[in-house]
Design a protein around this ligand. Structure first.
Ligand code: MG
Length: 159
């Protein structure tokens, strides 16, 4: 038996914040704004896993009104979703991620993000894919005001 989940997230690019994508610190003059570390990749992957389990969304579990998640490492959110996945008797089948960013160019870092995601999920890199798209210079992503991320995950029954 398999279950599929999708996640999507967007955060604003602002001065004075580190840029963290999929747990990887990316050198860039601006970073993503948010209550936690604003890791748009880990947020969309966490939502995809919660979605596959029919367990609502990341905001239900970790409300941004709660001060304990201020500047939190988003790995905490992912680890909580993975614990719920294991408790439900499922394992990661594969993960496919698409990042949307006009700036910075993500080609040079997408393999590092893939490696880190595989490590965080505890799966072989062959089960993780990371794609990078620009915003074609239109809309909030194309004007480099934000970075977006979409994730699709397949869960399989653990044996
Ligand atoms: Mg988010």
């Amino acid at each position: 038996m398999v279950r599929i989940g999708a996640g999507f997230d967007t955060h604003r690019l602002v001065e004075g914040r580190p840029l963290i994508l999929g747990g990887v610190r990316v050198e860039h003059p601006r970073g993503l704004d948010g209550h936690s570390d604003a890791d748009v990749v880990l947020h969309s992957v966490t939502d995809a896993i919660l979605g596959a389990l029919a367990l609502g969304d990341i905001g239900d579990a970790f409300p941004d009104s709660d001060p304990q998640w201020h500047n939190a490492d988003s790995r905490l959110f992912l680890d909580a979703a993975l614990a719920q996945m294991h408790a439900a008797g499922y394992a990661i089948g594969n993960l496919d991620v698409t990042l949307f960013a006009q700036e910075p160019k993500l080609g040079p870092v997408k393999l590092a993000i893939r490696d880190r995601l595989a490590q965080l999920l505890g799966v072989p890199v062959a089960d993780v894919n990371v794609k990078a798209k620009t915003g074609e210079r239109v809309g909030h992503i194309g004007r480099a005001e934000a970075i977006g991320c979409q994730a699709t995950v397949l869960l399989t029954r653990a044996v």
